[in-house]
Design a protein around this ligand. Structure first.
Ligand code: HPA
Ligand code: ZN
Length: 325
């Protein structure tokens, strides 16, 4: 009943996509050549063969080294424009794009290089009829000091960054490690979100910290919340967004958390569907809707609710929201 044309054409907001995770093998090789960076692969087949992972850590071990090809402002601009063209084909009307400044600063690229390239792409996106914003993520396996310095940098570009998030290796890196930086970011007017990757050790405790102590507006992935009825109630009542990424999940969990997404929908929780790292997980946002809709026999209404939830839990203004809802 649900077709690819339907899931691709459905108007949607994309709230969980890492710009570094949109680096397609073609662009990776092109940038490697342009910047004389040896990535150990020279054909698209070789790049694809290197994409072997079955958990978060093994994915991140492939993902971060590949970023070496990103060197100049132009590289970040090209990366983001490539993604934005694909988003337009998926009828994404509004996108809040994650970026990881520490993954670049730690290898000698300035914050300015990263933000200038990405921001210019978001400005040029307006001509493509897509509203693009940026969310800066802290790397949770880096130190608190590093997060503090990163937030200080970000304050110089406050008007170019909509919110802050938290990503990378969750193991033994609970949200509370960054309590001070989240508090400071919120006081500076940034929106807050954070990853709670699926099936992590201490998943529920991490989600509890995010919702009850730090006060994030969304949780990225976070579908393990269904295991805790109190937190599910809290999330429904407070309209917390949960950004699930079926194809990303399918690398670590064959059921791609479809049952949990359905359960959350049933409980009135604002769960929605996104692509995470589309160049690494085999599909853009329309493909992610299609994957979960076909595997779990979703109705048209359920798919539309998922898309509505994406606009509702986005950080666009209420006037802008009214155009979509
Ligand atoms: N989880 C944690 N870190 C990440 C992810 C993710 O799904 N994608 C890119 N960085
Ligand atoms: Zn993610």
């Amino acid at each position: 009943e649900i077709t690819k044309e339907f899931t691709q054409g459905l108007p949607k907001a994309e709230l969980h996509v890492h710009i570094e995770g949109t680096l397609e093998p073609e662009l990776k090789l092109k940038l490697a050549k342009r910047n004389h960076v040896n990535i150990g692969q020279s054909t698209i087949e070789e790049v694809r063969q290197s994409y072997q992972y079955d958990d978060l850590a093994s994915f991140l071990a492939v993902y971060y080294p590949a970023m070496n090809v990103l060197q100049t402002e132009q590289d970040f601009y090209d990366l983001a424009m490539d993604y934005l063209h694909r988003a337009v084909k998926n009828n994404v009307r509004h996108v809040e794009i994650f970026f990881d400044p520490q993954a670049h600063m730690s290898r000698g690229i300035s914050f300015k290089t990263v933000i200038d390239g990405l921001y210019k792409a978001t400005v040029d996106a307006r001509a493509l009829n897509i509203d693009a914003r940026l969310i800066m993520c802290f790397l949770r396996d880096f130190s608190r000091d590093s997060a503090r310095e990163t937030l200080e940098e970000a304050l110089n570009y406050k008007d170019k960054i909509l919110g802050v998030g938290l990503d990378s290796d969750e193991h033994n890196n609970p949200p509370m490690k960054f309590f001070n930086q989240f508090t400071k970011a919120s006081a500076e007017g940034f929106h807050l979100t954070a990853h709670a990757d699926i099936d992590q050790k201490d998943s529920i405790e991490h989600i509890r910290e995010l919702l009850e102590v730090i006060g994030v507006e969304r949780v990225d992935h976070g579908t393990n919340v269904v295991e805790d009825p109190d937190l599910v109630n809290f999330a429904a009542k407070n309209k917390i967004g949960f950004t699930s990424c079926p194809l990303s999940n399918s690398f670590v969990s064959p059921e791609m958390k479809g049952k949990e997404v359905l359960e959350l929908l049933k409980k009135g929780v604002k769960v929605s569907i996104h692509s995470d790292d589309p160049a690494y997980f085999g599909g853009y946002i329309g493909d992610n809707y299609y994957a979960i809709a076909t595997k779990f026999n979703l109705t048209r209404d359920q798919v539309i609710t998922l898309a509505r939830n994406s606009f509702e839990t986005s950080w666009i203004s209420d006037e802008q929201k009214a155009l979509y809802l």
